[in-house]
Ligand binder design. Structure first.
Ligand code: FAD
Length: 373
């Protein structure tokens, strides 16, 4: 049996949530180890690769506006930006366009996640790649985290392992959401729009299809739909969409987006869940990179306060409640209403005309689409 290595904080997963938490903890001189099962952080990407900047985040989550650390964490350097996304267009089944401004970029997740990981390392955190958490066993009072590179114990653990929430589910932090949206996408090359385009209706029932341009004539084209509505392999549906657009296929990818809304509590004992592991994806648009970064920072803050002054870790839940959960709950409800009323092209068309650009924008940005809803 190998020695057990003890660390002050163990973080599982070097995505945006894990690396943001690691940077914050290391800046506070807390010994932090991130284990990441991938050989290279961020590779392969399982993402549309639209990344919100601070303006977009504050539009949805106003209370984070004055957080200087977050302003800095969202200040993505030009070398990482593939293309600025300043405009979103949403198309109805009859191709009626509803458009509004965005403050986002597209970037290669390999580079974006790598940049966040580098910031954590520069601050003093350690990231061990090709290190997969395989089991959690309990000895006496302590949990032992078993990986392919040895065994670990830690004073605090952050589950940043994404939608599968490896540690959090074992600790009863939320159930595995039933409501995971299967998605598939392709990198394509061709004559592509400069806006982030979304298509609703029979192309992706209960979900949506998207085109996210990544500069130089390359884009990420994908779709996700309710499992109950899938009638043929998703890849075949995507191939049809790609063929209609007349673009050249470069590669495929895919993944699951947890759309059940935030878990009720993201802390048990010494384990805190961040990002997708805590269900912190915006159900009305599928975006979770920004919320993973914010929650990673908050989890780190509450660990720092716990170590310095004994403040309860449940403060983390309160921070999530104040900043993220309300918009996420509204967004969850909008997604449910969308799936209830927009079952076919006709009802989707009518609902979109009824809401108009303002209502659609509010729904996408996690605000109430109508003041009475
Ligand atoms: C197809 C698709 C398209 C999407 N498009 C967008 C988009 O355009 N914009 C947006 O904002 N969001 C998008 N999302 C959602 C977004 O990708 C996630 O919300 C975001 O990555 C969550 O960050 P995270 O740090 O919580 O988890 P992740 O980014 O999933 O990171 C988790 C990390 O944990 C590692 N890990 C997992 N298990 C283990 C283990 N056992 N041991 C060690 N390491 C482990 C993984 O390898 C991974 O690196 C999309 C999701 C999908 C599936």
């Amino acid at each position: 049996m190998s020695e057990i290595e003890h660390r002050e904080v163990l973080i599982v997963g070097a995505g945006p949530g894990g690396s943001s938490a690691a940077r914050r903890l290391a800046e506070a001189d807390i010994d932090t180890l991130v284990i990441e099962r991938r050989e290279v952080v961020g590779n392969p990407a399982q993402c549309g690769e639209c990344i919100p900047l601070m303006g977009e985040m504050v539009g949805t989550f106003p209370s984070i506006a004055d957080d200087a650390w977050l302003v800095d964490q969202f200040d993505v350097p030009n070398r990482i930006i593939a293309q600025r996304l300043e405009w979103m267009r949403i198309f109805s089944p009859k191709m009626r366009e509803y458009s509004f401004e965005l403050d986002c970029i597209s970037a290669h997740r390999l580079q974006f996640d790598g940049w966040l990981a580098d910031r954590a390392i520069e601050s003093g955190a350690e990231i061990r790649t090709s290190c997969e958490l395989r089991n959690v066993s309990t000895r006496g009072e302590r949990d032992i985290y078993v990986t392919n590179q040895g065994r670990f114990t830690a004073d605090h653990v952050i589950d940043a392992s994404g939608s599968l929430a490896h540690v959090a589910r074992l600790r009863g932090i939320g159930k595995r959401p039933q409501d995971q949206l299967p998605t598939i996408y392709a990198q394509v090359a061709g004559d592509l729009p400069a806006s982030f385009d979304i298509f609703l209706g029979s192309i992706a029932p209960g979900g949506y299809a998207w085109i996210i341009p990544k500069g130089n004539g390359v884009a990420n084209i994908g779709l996700g739909m309710l499992t109950s509505k899938i009638k043929e392999p998703l890849k075949r549906t995507l191939d049809g969409f790609i063929e209609d657009l007349g673009v050249r296929l470069l590669s495929y990818g895919g993944g699951w987006i947890p759309l059940a809304g935030p878990v009720k509590t993201a802390v048990t004992d010494n384990v805190l869940a961040v990002g997708d592991a805590a269900g912190l994806v915006m159900p009305s648009n599928g975006g979770g990179i920004g919320t993973a970064m914010v929650s990673g920072k908050y989890a780190a803050d509450s660990i720092v306060a716990n170590r310095r002054s004994g403040q309860s870790l449940s403060e983390y839940d309160k921070m999530l409640e104040r900043a993220l959960r309300k918009p996420l709950r509204i967004s969850t409800r909008s997604k449910k209403l969308f799936q209830l009323f927009c079952r076919g092209n006709f009802t989707t068309e009518v609902a979109m005309r009824f809401l108009g650009t303002g209502g659609i924008q509010r729904a996408v940005e996690c605000h109430r689409p109508l003041y009475i809803l």
